[in-house]
Design a protein around this ligand. Structure first.
Ligand SMILES: [Zn+2]
Ligand SMILES: [Zn+2]
Length: 206
């Protein structure tokens, strides 16, 4: 569109040579007096200042929380991390095996309320085979009845393992007597991977 009259650019109206800006606070047009001016005046300037202060405080708070979390995580010992890793791993196993049958007696496994309707049971117990506590071959959905202390006799467990894994894998599992000293970072890795896998399974079923 062509203007019928050109804009005046005279010494009498210096503002005609300055482009108007939009105020960062009130969104009104204004003519800046300085090249970097972002707001129309001191009132809007104060608003923006307060907003910046609040944002900086929020950022500092977030960073502090992050540092606190990191310090807490760094202070965790092997026993704590082992417990966290086991909880996460068992949760993953329960989600993996829900809908299947108990690997010992075959009763259908359903997720329940508090504590879950069934357990992540170990073929070789954690006390006897600490190095297999996070081994997927060794941990399976098991009803609470079969997982109660002393409820599943050793020969029944061996039969269940052979049925589930095949004789060869079951034999290898029972023959595996490595000694393993769990490291903290290794436990963190298992914990975090298990949580991610559990999340993924939940998402797939949602
Ligand atoms: Zn303004
Ligand atoms: Zn059972």
């Amino acid at each position: 569109m062509k203007r019928s009259k050109p804009l005046l650019r005279t010494a009498m109206s210096p503002r005609a040579t300055i482009k108007p800006k939009v105020c960062a606070w009130c969104r009104e047009d204004f003519f800046p007096a300085r090249p970097m001016q972002k707001v129309c005046g001191p009132v809007c300037g104060a608003h923006v200042g307060r907003q910046k202060t609040a944002a900086a405080a929020l950022k500092a708070q977030r960073e502090e929380r992050k540092a606190t979390r990191a310090a807490k995580e760094a202070a965790k010992g092997v026993q704590v991390l082992k417990k966290e890793a086991q909880e996460a791993f068992n949760e993953y196993v329960r989600l993996r095996d829900v809908g299947k049958g108990c690997f010992v007696c075959g009763v259908p496994l359903q997720l329940g309320g508090l504590g879950g309707g069934f357990d992540a049971g170990h073929i070789r117990s954690r006390s006897q085979a600490d190095h297999l506590r996070f081994d997927e071959r060794n941990v399976h959905g098991q009803c609470k009845h079969c997982n109660a202390p002393g409820a599943t006799k050793d020969h029944v467990m061996r039969e269940a393992a052979a049925r589930l894994l095949g004789q060869e894998v079951a034999d290898a599992l029972y023959a595996d007597n490595r000694v393993h000293k769990w490291q903290r970072d290794e436990l963190r890795e298992i914990r975090d991977t298990s949580r991610a896998r559990a999340r993924q399974l939940r998402k797939e079923r949602a």
